[in-house]
Design a protein around this ligand. Sequence first.
Ligand code: FAD
Length: 498
Amino acid sequence: MANSIIIIGAGMGGLSAGIYGQINGYETQIYEMHTKPGGQCASWRRKGYTFDACIHHFFGCNPNSSVNQMWNELGVFPRELVKLNECTSVVSHDGKIFIDYYNLKKLKNTLYKLSPADSKTIEQYIRGINAFSSKKIDDAINSGSMWKLIPVFLLKPWIIRWFRMNMRTFAERFSDPFLRKAFAELIYSNPDAPLFFHFMRHVGGKNGDIQWPVGGAAELAQSIEKRYLKLGGEIRYNSRVDKILVENDKAVGIKLIDGKELRADLIISNADGRKTVVNMLDGKYINDRVQNYCTPLSDETPFAVNVCLGINRDLAGEPSSLVLLLDHPVTIANHKYESIEAQLYGFDKSMAPAGKGTIKVELPARFSYWKQLYNDDRKKYNQEKHKVAEQVIGILEGYFQGIQNQVEVIDVYTLMTWERYMGGTQGWFNFPNRKLDFSMREDFSDKKFKTTLPGLSNFYFVGTWATAMGSLAHNATSGKTIIRRICKKDGKEFKTQP
Ligand SMILES: Cc1cc2nc3c(=O)[nH]c(=O)nc-3n(C[C@H](O)[C@H](O)[C@H](O)COP(=O)(O)OP(=O)(O)OC[C@H]3O[C@@H](n4cnc5c(N)ncnc54)[C@H](O)[C@@H]3O)c2cc1C
């Protein structure tokens, strides 16, 4: 039976494993390379403005959802939330705007006004959203268990077609040129994103499961950290783990980069999987499956270059998320864009001084481009960041006249910034290279949750490498799942409250 657990990383998975570990009588310690908790769940302040690097959609705000229960256990609630009226909005260069309202009546009216000729597709869109308004689907997708979807498919076999479609294929159903373009952009301007995810966002927004946590990501992470510390957990910041110590194929401790060695009965890694497997464990515990997971991801990376702006302008009346369709493609830092997406935080007064506003523009880019620039010439890298900000502000000026002269603070961060603060092989983009589809059901079924490495005992993964999901809720759930498994192994009843 295990007594002590060392956790590498204070991201969602690490903090959650720490909390459930403490609740269940294990002595846990978290070693975190950064000075703050949260990992990707990050935001920071600059001259009175808060820049949030993470949250677009915070699931689990509806008290009836299973995720909400976990957030309560993790100390996330009570907290002030803002319920938004709309998902993503899209505006054309000539001022045509589509607001993707959560209220279906309002949404339908908006779409009919924009293109009555598309009545068939509009009705399909509304039906699609309604089809996903089911607690069973919500639970199945939130738990990450594809098995739980089988009863849904048996009851509503036609729903499968929505799972097969992406934003691009659905957008092509519209005859109106503006809506064809707009629909392809609705999920983070990624036409290949799955349509069902968009439907889930709609349902969450409508029933209050998706809301905005006032103050942003860092405050949310701090609440979880507070809960962990209150339960007696310990976090060591500025503590980068270099190696996982192994004896007789059993993980027994860690070595920090300053050479200090620490021991525990179990080791849980919340760090980037590739770095854990290849560097911390010297590539010794690998099979074909793990080898495949470790192969490089696509060089084109979402949210790769980000421009945060503090603006002397009230953004309270603006949409929360706005895709700007450009009248002609624009090249920014060696990358061509046909649209740019801006998050406008006018809905949360705590994000900026009174009467002012915060904007974030997130651009996909090639990882290799920024990596090379950063490695070869730091001065050029900084100049390129500056140029990106100038171009982005220039584009925003076309949609928000006068904004150019209202910019008070500029903060540009890239995948290299993520790498500096939280390790990672591709900045924040640390997914195992595996497809999230039904062929992955073994990995995602509750029983066969693959979070270990072949041939190595007393070691587990939590977080992105365990779930392959870019979601706060899924990665926090992975910490809970692992401690439940450890309790089962130790013959203990799993508890969620002390
Ligand atoms: C731009 C962006 C937007 C997002 N938007 C949303 C959203 O709207 N809704 C949503 O639900 N999710 C969103 N996510 C995803 C969500 O934030 C992540 O899935 C989640 O936070 C990842 O948690 P994790 O457990 O994998 O840990 P991570 O956040 O990956 O944290 C890992 C931790 O390990 C630490 N670490 C790494 N290496 C070492 C080492 N060697 N030694 C010590 N410590 C180490 C890191 O510093 C870090 O703190 C977004 C993510 C990003 C980047």
